[in-house]
Design a protein around this ligand. Structure first.
Ligand SMILES: Nc1nc2[nH]c(SCC(=O)O)nc2c(=O)[nH]1
Length: 283
């Protein structure tokens, strides 16, 4: 996998694992009255995550949690664009945009976003062409179904890791066929997106097989329900479980970890990396 990734005007060093901080700009964080205050809050939250060591800030306007309601492109753009603009102009942050919407990809790239993070792996009409036109790197993630129904009865005919890798293989091939160079692609197994707890546990346990793509591996495990189901913890008590998963993910090849709790995750990732890279210099 490449040891660094051109992300707009940023160069992302991927020779060691990096942390991506989650910045949700979905309506629950934007009550209409408090829109301006919420924008300042979002900026302060991003500032704190950067100070704690986040290499990337992931901005998402469409909730893709199970059962989430779909929104229009305009609604998504109205939420995301002002935040991206201020993150770029005021913090010079490397901003990833969590979107499947072509217009949002184009407009946020024009505002200085440095990466596209598409949970639908550029399958929407016009998404591949839009991503190609931005010149930005793109994370392709596996999801079965849509957020509205993906967790009702997830099932696969093949072992989950094979189903996920086959899907990602087809999406990488589609991107390359459309002229989107492989060097601009990242892959992500999509924990929690159309998967049972058992699917998620097996997928993480065998995730080292995904290194065969020779592409940077991005994972999102932070506060997800698999932690809740295994440990019986509510979402606000899932950090220890999430740190255990982050360490395992790095050990199995993850190079970008998408998390809520940046500071603690930096320590878990850096501690894990200190062990894994031990002796590399004088091998
Ligand atoms: N690439 C990538 N993007 C994501 N966006 C979300 S939103 C759901 C949540 O954070 O619970 N999850 C992921 C993930 O796992 N990978």
């Amino acid at each position: 996998a490449p040891t660094w990734l051109p992300c707009g005007r940023h160069r992302l060093d991927l020779s060691y694992p990096r942390v991506m901080g989650i910045l949700n700009v979905t309506p629950d964080s934007f009550s209409d009255g408090g829109r301006h205050v919420a924008l300042d809050d979002a900026l302060r939250h991003a500032e704190r995550m950067l100070a704690e060591g986040a290499a990337i800030i992931d901005v998402g306007g469409e909730s893709t949690r199970p059962g989430a309601q779909a929104i229009t492109a305009q609604q998504e753009l109205d939420r995301v664009a002002p935040v991206v603009e201020r993150l770029v102009c005021e913090l010079d942050a490397l901003v990833s945009v969590d979107t499947s919407t072509p217009a949002v990809m184009r407009q946020t790239a024009a505002l200085g976003a440095g990466m596209i993070n598409d949970v639908r792996a550029l399958q929407r009409e016009g998404a591949l062409e839009a991503a190609l036109g931005t010149g930005l790197p793109v994370c392709l993630m596996h999801m079965q179904g849509e957020p509205q129904d993906m967790q009702q009865a997830p099932r696969y005919d093949a072992p989950i890791e094979e189903a996920v890798m086959d899907f990602l293989e087809t999406r990488v091939a589609a991107c390359e066929a459309a002229g989107l160079r492989r060097e601009r692609l990242l892959i992500d197994p999509g924990f929690g997106f159309g998967k049972t707890v058992e699917h998620n546990l097996r997928l993480l346990n065998r995730m080292d097989r995904m290194t065969r793509f020779d592409l940077p591996l991005l994972v999102g495990l932070s506060r997800k329900s698999l932690i809740g189901k295994v440990l019986g913890r509510p979402v606000e008590e899932r950090l220890p479980g999430g740190l255990a998963l982050a360490s395992l993910a790095v050990e199995r090849g993850a190079r970008i970890l998408r998390v809520h709790d940046v500071g603690p995750t930096m320590d878990a990732v850096n501690m894990t990396w200190a062990v894994l890279r031990e002796g590399c210099e004088n091998d």
